[in-house]
Design a protein around this ligand. Structure first.
Ligand code: PBG
Length: 325
């Protein structure tokens, strides 16, 4: 026998020991399930690029959310798949208190009060051009004018009973503006989950298919982050924290684990990561070709996101992963 004084394999010898020394644990309560909501009753629509994920009416959303909540999921996130007739230059439908999302919020909070409900605050599902903000005649995204809209949108969601508003627009100064507006009307209890480090990624394509959001011109690079940058993401997160964000989000997740890890060292706030539509679609597509086992890949992906330092993960794979947890 060789003389090997330190044998690390001893801690991997049996399943019992492996479990005892496991450093990261994925829990159902870490997962946040996104929902694409459509108008109507008892309807669902498949989304070709997102196998097993559907657009659903509010009643179906409540049923699905209930199943997930019973398995330990504590939060869902709502996104509206709006009829194109409701999309305008000025995105006015975004702050219609009788709109699809406010109604969905009221319904889910009535049916499952213990579930945490999150909604995006951004204009892209509501604008005719598909950008997250108002646009001038030169096609530039107007920061401060957009914030006025985001405030109205957040207020309507707060009035409907939202737990966390999630500005995903990347305008400068919107976290402070939303926080102050909420506080002024006695909504101190409503939290802000800020999409702090949101990158201009190609991985959102299936999401845009799900909501049928097509950019009429340009791209989102004047507001979303350059994938090549780290320090800028850390600055965005620091600012959002100073402006009053309760939770800081990094998006996408797997290509940006270094950002999550660096942010973990910078902040004591909870960190969320968004395992986005493209990350889900790639694995499902490979699974359909028989190249890998999607559920196992998802489990490994989500554990990796936690290991990097995230506390919470938005993921379309919640149901699949929970079935095997
Ligand atoms: C809207 C928004 C997007 C996503 C979440 N909120 C798309 C975008 O910014 O174009 C993407 C989520 C996903 O791909 O799963 N601001």
């Amino acid at each position: 026998m060789l003389e090997i004084p330190i044998r690390l394999r001893r801690n991997r010898r049996t399943e019992a020991i492996r479990q005892m020394v496991q450093e990261t644990e994925l829990r159902a309560s870490d997962l946040i399930a996104p929902f694409f909501i459509i108008e109507g009753e008892r309807r669902s629509q498949t989304i070709p690029s997102l196998p097993e994920i559907e657009r659903v009416t509010v009643d179906r959303m409540v049923e699905k959310a209930e199943r997930l909540h019973r398995k330990g999921v504590q939060a869902i996130a709502l996104f509206p798949a709006l009829e194109s007739g409701l999309r305008t230059e000025g995105a006015e439908e975004a702050w219609n208190s009788d709109g699809l999302i406010p109604r969905a919020i009221r319904e889910i909070k009535k049916e499952i009060p213990s579930l945490c409900v999150i909604a995006d605050v951004a204009l892209d599902p509501y604008t005719s051009h598909g950008h997250d903000g108002l646009v001038n005649e030169r096609g530039e995204i107007l920061n401060d004018e957009t914030i006025e809209c985001l405030i109205k949108m957040a207020m309507v969601q707060a009035e409907a009973g939202i737990d966390l508003v999630a500005p995903s627009d990347m305008m400068d100064g919107r976290v402070r503006a939303i926080r102050e507006a909420l506080d002024k009307v006695g909504k101190q209890h409503v939290g802000v989950l800020a999409y702090s480090a949101k990158y201009a990624s190609s991985l959102y394509a299936p999401f845009r298919e799900a909501l049928d959001v097509r950019l009429k011109f340009g791209d989102k690079k004047s507001y979303q982050l350059n994938p090549a940058n780290v320090r800028e993401a850390l600055l965005e997160a620091k600012l959002d924290e100073e402006e009053g964000a309760d939770i800081l989000l990094v998006k996408p997740a797997l290509f940006y684990l270094d950002i999550i890890a660096r942010l973990r060292q910078q902040t004591n706030r909870p960190i969320a990561a968004y395992h986005v539509s493209g990350e889900y679609a790639m694995v499902m597509a490979a699974g359909q070709l028989g190249y890998l086992d999607p559920t196992r890949v998802f489990h490994e992906a989500l554990v990796s996101i936690k290991r990097a330092g995230a506390d919470l993960i938005f993921t379309y794979a919640a149901e699949r992963v929970l079935a095997q947890m």
